[in-house]
Each structure stands twice: as structure tokens, then as C-alpha cells.
Design a protein around this ligand. Structure first.
Ligand SMILES: Nc1nc2c(ncn2[C@@H]2O[C@H](COP(=O)(O)OP(=O)(O)OP(=O)(O)O)[C@@H](O)[C@H]2O)c(=O)[nH]1
Ligand SMILES: [Mg+2]
Length: 381
């Protein structure tokens, strides 16, 4: 979106996952990791507004405190009660060129049950609109469900992963993206809680291929929907450890009235000493998001510059047009010629501003591109 004089770059990032998968934890970790990574390695900084910081710090303190005390309960972070927006700003240092991205967090139960109640239905509709308008969709997937559901409960997996509900939102998103081909379109499947399955997290066994295969099998319809409805969309796979220092001890199905089949898979974790968070994959997620959104901003700025160039050329021609001796004299006397020249100068300055913005964004992109991706980040199509 661009106002008449100043570029405003705003993007939406949607998360798609049922309850208790790890959306809120992922958002909190994203800012923490983003600040560390970008502030350390690039000329770009990531900031957040005060309410966003407060919420993120609250989640972070709760989790780090528990890990230090070597306690890790799945119910540690309370379920999100209401939708909330996290506002992050990506700013090239020393330049007034903010790129804003809004991330929506909402109670995952609403995705499962379309708002869960009559009074929440309207709020859920707003969430759905945000999700379908998002430039990037992140789909966090519970790795324990993928890998440790067991044969007797395998038939419940699709329902517990909310595949059909995710597919519905993705379908609407893909249609929107197809109608706006100049805008970014990316879906990132992020298995979370995968510390136990990947050897780079300290696990003794490497189940990375199995994890990816399970995800592709379970989400095959969603992948197909994206391929058909938005073939230009980029689809990535990136397993993420938001804590890294925990290890699955057991996962048991326990009775739970509200869940599909009346049961829920309850994981039990052990904290690996010294209980310090060692995130994996989040640095790649931050880089990927930043690159995608800065590139989108650059293209947007380039389009603005192209439009402004045409306007500036037209204004200049209009300002300098010879319209005959008496008419030219009249234009000079009544000040119209001067007004036209001033308008042409203004249009030219706006064109140069847009050109400068495009160049600056290109420089930012070059800095971000210097960072090599980790081995976890893969293409899914
Ligand atoms: N082991 C492990 N646990 C995680 C990870 N991410 C989240 N969790 C835990 O999973 C539980 C649910 O995380 P939340 O972030 O609250 O999940 P949510 O998707 O926001 O849930 P709702 O708010 O109900 O929609 C919490 O106890 C987290 O500590 C991860 O990468 N690894
Ligand atoms: Mg939540």
C-alpha cells in the first residue's frame, strides 16, 4: 500500500494450527530470535510495539523460568483466550523506511470449530479474513502427533491435525493470492516440538526423513490445493525447535471430551541440563520472512517508481508545453506556468524518492541474502 507521498509497507503473516500446537510460543520466539540474529548480523533491526513486547516477554519469562527449574509441562503456556495482533517493524538502520508485519494469534480451538460459539463466530470470521489476506502463511505442525500417535490411533491423526480446516483456509488464501500475482505468496510448514526426532537438536537418532514424509502424507490435500489454486506460491518446509533443550519421554492418549475421538495425545518431557533454550530453525524462519517481505516491498516500490516516472514526465511536458505566443504570455502573467513547473518539480522529487527507496530496499535485501540458509530449510514444491 502506498500513500501519495510516503511509502508504507505493511504485510500480514498468518499462522494456521489447532489448539496447543505452539503458535503463541512460535511468535514469541520469532521476535526474540529475530532481534538477536538481525541486530548481530545485519544493518536491519527488528522492533515491536509496547503491547507486543509485553505479551512476548510474559510468554518468554514463563517458559525460561520453568526450564531453569527443569520443569516442562505441556500446559505451561495458557491457551490464547482471544485474538491478538503482534506488530513487528523491520527497519534498515539509519533510514526512515519501516516495513511492518502484523502477525495474528488466536485460540487454535476456533480454527477447529469455526469460532467455538455464536458470540465468537464474528471474531473468527475476522481472523479468517486476515488469514486469507496474509502474504505468508506459517503452518506449525505438532511433530509428536505425526511421529508418536501409534497405530491404534492413526485414524484420528487427520482430525487432530485439523487438516480439513487448514485446507479450507488455504483454499481461500490461494484464491486471493492468485488474484494478486504481484504480491508475495508463501506457505511454510513448520513441524514444531521436534527436538526428539532431529539429530542436530542433540537427539541420538535422526528421524528427519520420516518426519518430512509423515507431514507430506498428512497434508497431501493441502499441498495439492496450493499447487492447483496458487501455482506461483512458494512452499517451504522448516522444522523448528522453540526450546531445543527438552526431550520427549512419553506420549500417551488420554480421555478428553472436546477432542476428536474423545482422546488427546499428552506428551511428557524431560529437560536436558542446563535447561538453556537452544532454538533451531528459527533463524532460517526469520531470514526467510525478512527476505520475502523486503523483496515484496522492493517490487512494490519499483512499481510506485514506474508510475511516478510516467506522472513526472507528463507533468514536465505539460509545464513546458508551448501553446502559442498569446496563450504562453497569458500563462506566464497569471502564474499558471509557474504553478505547472512547481507541480512538475514536486512530481519529479516524488519519483526520485521512490527510486531511492527501491535502491535502499535492494541494499537491505543484499545484506539479508548474505546469510546462508541452514540445512533444515527445504522446498516442498
Ligand atoms: N517441546 C516443545 N514444546 C513446545 C514447542 N512449542 C510449543 N510448545 C509447548 O506446547 C504448548 C502449547 O504451546 P502454545 O504456544 O500455547 O500453543 P498455541 O498453538 O498457541 O495454543 P492455543 O493458544 O490453544 O491455540 C506449550 O506448553 C508450549 O510450551 C516446541 O517447539 N517444543
Ligand atoms: Mg496460543
Amino acid at each position: 500500500m502506498t500513500d501519495a507521498h510516503r511509502p508504507v509497507f505493511e504485510y500480514k503473516i498468518g499462522l494456521l494450527a489447532p489448539s496447543r500446537v505452539g503458535k503463541s510460543t512460535l511468535i514469541a520466539s520469532l521476535l526474540k530470535e529475530g532481534q538477536q540474529l538481525l541486530n548481530r548480523e545485519t544493518s536491519v533491526q527488528l522492533t515491536a510495539d509496547r503491547p507486543t513486547l509485553n505479551r512476548i516477554n510474559a510468554t518468554h519469562n514463563m517458559v525460561t523460568g520453568a526450564l531453569k527449574a527443569r520443569v516442562f509441562e505441556p500446559g505451561l503456556v495458557p491457551s490464547t483466550p482471544d485474538p491478538s495482533y503482534f506488530r513487528l517493524l523491520l527497519e534498515p538502520r539509519g533510514q526512515d523506511l519501516p516495513i511492518r508485519f502484523d502477525i495474528l494469534d488466536y485460540p487454535g480451538a476456533w480454527l477447529e470449530k469455526g469460532g467455538n460459539s455464536d458470540q465468537n463466530e464474528q471474531k473468527w470470521n475476522e481472523c479468517e479474513t486476515f488469514l486469507s489476506d496474509s502474504s505468508v502463511l506459517i503452518v506449525p505442525v505438532d511433530s509428536v502427533l505425526l511421529m508418536d500417535a501409534g497405530d491404534t490411533h492413526a485414524h484420528l491423526l487427520t482430525a487432530h491435525l485439523a487438516v480439513s480446516q487448514i485446507e479450507q483456509v488455504v483454499q481461500r488464501w490461494a484464491k486471493n493470492r492468485r488474484e494478486r500475482p504481484g504480491e508475495p505468496a508463501m506457505v511454510i510448514f513448520c513441524p514444531v516440538k521436534c527436538e526428539t526426532y532431529l539429530s542436530d537438536s542433540g537427539s541420538l537418532q535422526d528421524h528427519s526423513a520420516q518426519l518430512r514424509q509423515q507431514l507430506c502424507d498428512q497434508f497431501s490435500e493441502v499441498l495439492e490445493t496450493i499447487r492447483e489454486a496458487a501455482p506461483h506460491a512458494s512452499v517451504r518446509y522448516l522444522p523448528i525447535d522453540t526450546f531445543g533443550c527438552v526431550e520427549l519421554v512419553s506420549a500417551r492418549w488420554t480421555p478428553h471430551a472436546d477432542s476428536p475421538g474423545g482422546v488427546m495425545l499428552m506428551p511428557k518431557y524431560r529437560v536436558r541440563p542446563p535447561g538453556t533454550i537452544t532454538r533451531k530453525g528459527l533463524d532460517d524462519l526469520v531470514s526467510l520472512l525478512c527476505r520475502q517481505l523486503v523483496e515484496a516491498a522492493r517490487l512494490q516500490s519499483q512499481r510506485t517508481a514506474a508510475v511516478r516516472r510516467v506522472t513526472a514526465e507528463f507533468s514536465r511536458r505539460h509545464a513546458e508545453a508551448q501553446e502559442g505566443f498569446f496563450r504562453d504570455l497569458w500563462l506566464k502573467v497569471n502564474g499558471e506556468r509557474r504553478r505547472r513547473i512547481e507541480a512538475a518539480d514536486g512530481d519529479e522529487a516524488r519519483y526520485r524518492d521512490a527510486e531511492q527507496t527501491t535502491r535502499s530496499l535492494f541494499d537491505v535485501l543484499a545484506t539479508l541474502a548474505e546469510r546462508a540458509n541452514g540445512a533444515r530449510l527445504q522446498h516442498l514444491s
